[in-house]
Structure formats: C-alpha cells, structure tokens
Ligand binder design. Structure first.
Ligand code: SF4
Ligand code: SF4
Length: 440
C-alpha cells in the first residue's frame, strides 16, 4: 500500500458529516473580502465605497506575479474598505459588501472546448480567476502551473487524501461532481507535455475510488492510486513520496521532483475558470463537531460570515470549548466567529472539549513515540527543547526546518508536551527572519 514513514491514526469524525450532500448557502448579511487571502502580495481595491457591484466583478486586483485577484461573490453595494478581523485573529484590510440578495452576475465567457486554448491562455484564465491552493496553503495556482522547466513536470497529483479528521468537503465533491475534478485534472495535464495525472486517495473512501476509476478507465494518462489511510497522508511532501517515491525537503519545491500537487476544490475551480469562465467565488466548507446541531457541507460564497454558517447548521447544542477553522490537527483555533470564510477556509469545527488546554504538560519520559510517528524524520523531543531554550543554531542543525507542523508528535506524547507548538514558533521565527533577508 502506498504510504510514507510515521504518521498516526486519530479518530476521524467523518461519519458526522460525510453523508450530508452539499447545500448551496446564500449569505444574508455583510460579505467581507480580506485583501490578503493568499500567499504573496496583498491585493489593491479597484472599487469605491458606495459603488454597486455584481457577482463575478473584480473588486481587488493582484499586485504582482505571486498575488491573486478577488471577485465579489454577491451583487450589492460596497459599504466599507477597512481593517477587519480574520481567522488568525489579525486585522486585515478588507472590502465590505452589503448583499442585495439579487445575485445579478456579470457576463461570463465560457470555453466549452478548452483544447482550442493555448497554454498561455489557460494559465492566464487560472490567474485571472483568482485561484489559490484551497487546501489551506493559499499559494496562487497560476504560479504553481508555471514552473521554470515545464517539460520536467512528470506528475500532476490531485490531492484527494483529505486526511484531516472531521473534514468531508473534498469527499462530497468527489461523490457529487467527480467529472469536474477529472476534467480539471485533464486541463492541468494539457499544460505539460510529459506529465501523467494521479488521483491520490485514501482507502477509507472506497466509493470515491470506484467512481474515479470508472471515470478514468479509458484514460491512459490518469491513474487512481489508493493510499493507506493515515494522517498526514495529504501533506504535500508525504503525498509525493507515497505516490512517486520521490523525496523532497523543506528547501525544495514539488516541481524540483517533477511534481505539481493540487487539492480537489482547487482543481474543480480550474475547471470552472477555464470551461465556464467563472472566477473563484465559492468553496465547499464542512461545518461540524459534537456541538453542531445539524452538521453540513456548505457551498459557501467567499466572504460569508462564520456566524451565518453556524446558524444555518442549526446552531450549537452546547457551548463549544474550542472552535477551529480547518481540521483539528492543522487548523486555527478561533476566538471570534465574526470572521469571513475566505478562499482557504475548508471547515468550521466546534468541539465541546478543548483537549489541548485541558492537558497538563509533564516531563519527557524518553519513550521515543514522538520520533516513531514523525513523518519529517526529526527528533521532536529535542527540537522542542531547543525551541524552548531559544537555541536556534541547534534547532537548525537538528533539521528543525524539516518539520511540516503536522502535530503527530503532540498527539502521541504521553507526557502531553507542547511539542508542535514549540517547534512551530521557532520555525515561524526563522522563516520570518529569512524573509527579511538575513539571520538574526
Ligand atoms: S516534529 Fe513536526 S513533522 Fe515531526 S511529528 Fe512533530 S509536528 Fe509532525
Ligand atoms: S513522546 Fe513525549 S515523552 Fe515520549 S520521548 Fe517524545 S517528548 Fe518525550
């Protein structure tokens, strides 16, 4: 079975929402569009307060190659351009639009036969549509599909693993609109002369494997690869290793190993951008957890307030101790629901118990379990010590930057040490310093 070193098998919680079909949610209140919903330069507004906008109208333009434009997902009036809180807790400049409830659209230009388009035209459509990595990374997709040496790309990997517990948005897409996923992958493949497509999917989704195998049975360029169900199977680095046996480290890009990896919703958005001519306006969000009355998978207009999604899912059955945007392993704990869904919001998870803050950290007993599960092949116990002591030199010497922040070490540690949290803080500090252009 295709897999990688280490990993864990946490409770997956997917039964709560996996059989709930995607519901199209129409937002009621104000829509908020942060100008930075991606990795790279923030956007610049191209609308003014008081201006009337339509669904699909450009409201903020990209400001560089590594940037991504933003479109209004509703029709209505621009009410403000001001800092608004986002899921990280930061305040980010945002465009606020009052929804008129009419959903009047701009005219989209479809391309039913994308094979007539040149490579440059397809990449431009992806760029103009504002597509970014919707699995959480937010890296602009047009940059990903524009490697320096396109002929060296041998694999386009559709990341269908959805290994994060509780998340079922990708699962629902694969069940409900698998044709879009496969066609989106074919569009990506048309950009590269030597690439083959892989639909990489964990073996806990046999129904999806069957559907995708059936859809691609006559396509000799696409293979469906079932993967061992194990967290973090969907992490880019480990997915590449599991499917191609090619290893990359933190200083390499997937394209250095001849691979490009995209998430399910991202690939479907490529299809919408190229074939339907529609920019990125929606995404699928799972609203779930033991505190939610009616867990759901919603098709959400980007900019929708999280409060509305909770209400639409029936509200809380009990007060949650923890609310997470994303999955429990790599998501962001949030303290304020008055934040918008963005291009990278995959889930809203409401849990009655906060297992992290309830835990009491004790001394390491040198059991070695953190080392056994670490997919980054580092020594989490040591790295956490270096991080807590501020010893950056030893942290880097012991390959601390190879940590992918998956959380497996913290999950398994019987002493409940805050391993991932410490390692993550040190990594963030080093990355910030490197970005500034020098070591400190
Ligand atoms: S050290 Fe990093 S990569 Fe290794 S288990 Fe911990 S969080 Fe995951
Ligand atoms: S799992 Fe926890 S207790 Fe065991 S070696 Fe690692 S840090 Fe120490």
């Amino acid at each position: 079975m295709f897999t990688f070193h280490g990993g864990i098998h946490p409770y997956d919680g997917k039964d709560i929402s996996k059989d709930k079909p995607i519901v199209d949610y129409k937002p009621k209140g104000l829509l908020v569009y942060p100008l930075s919903q991606h990795i790279g330069a923030p956007c610049e507004p191209v609308v003014e307060i008081g201006e009337h906008v339509l669904v699909g109208q450009l409201i903020a333009k990209d400001t560089g190659f590594v940037s991504s434009p933003i479109y209004s997902s509703v029709s209505g009036t621009v009410k403000a351009i001001e800092p608004r809180r986002v899921i990280t807790g930061d305040h980010v400049k945002a465009i606020v639009i009052e929804n008129d409830g009419l959903y009047e659209e701009v005219e989209f230009t479809p391309n039913p036969d994308y094979t007539k388009l040149s490579r440059e035209e397809i990449v431009s459509l992806i760029q103009k549509a504002g597509i970014v990595g919707m699995g959480g990374a937010g890296f602009p997709t047009h940059v990903k599909v524009s490697p320096k040496e396109p002929d060296k790309i041998e694999y386009i990997i559709a990341n269908c693993a959805e290994c994060e517990p509780y998340l079922t948005s990708d699962y629902r897409i694969m069940i409900e609109t698998p044709e879009k996923l496969v066609e989106g992958l074919r569009i990506e493949l048309s950009l590269f002369n030597n690439a083959r497509g892989i639909l990489a999917i964990e073996d806990n989704k046999p129904d999806c494997i069957k559907i995708l195998k059936e859809l691609t049975k006559n396509d000799d360029k696409i293979t469906v690869i079932p993967l061992k169900t194990k967290y973090p199977q969907g992490s880019e680095r480990h997915l590449i290793f599991a499917t191609t046996k090619r290893a990359i480290n933190s200083s390499m890009l997937p394209s250095d190993a001849g691979c490009i990896v995209n998430n399910v919703d991202t690939i479907c958005s490529i299809y919408s951008a190229v074939v339907e001519g529609r920019p990125l306006l929606h995404r699928i969000v799972t609203v779930t957890g033991d505190c939610i009355k009616n867990p759901q998978n919603f098709r959400v207009h980007i900019g929708t307030n999280y409060h509305e999604l909770i209400d639409e899912a029936g509200g809380f059955t009990k007060t949650p101790e923890k609310i997470i945007s994303g999955g429990p392993m790599m998501g962001f704990a949030i303290f304020d629901l008055d934040v918008p869904a963005t291009k990278t919001s995959s889930a809203l998870l409401c849990l009655s118990k906060d297992q992290i803050s309830a835990a009491t950290e004790t001394a390491c007993i040198n059991c070695g379990r953190c080392v056994e599960v670490c997919p980054g092949r580092v020594i989490p116990s040591k790295l956490a010590d270096f991080a807590q002591n501020g010893d950056r030199e030893q942290f880097e010497k012991f390959n601390g930057m190879e940590c992918c922040e998956c959380g497996c070490c913290s999950y398994i540690c019987p002493a409940k040490r805050f391993l991932t949290q410490s390692i993550k803080s040190m990594r963030r500090m080093i990355l910030a310093d490197r970005k500034k252009g020098g070591k400190k």
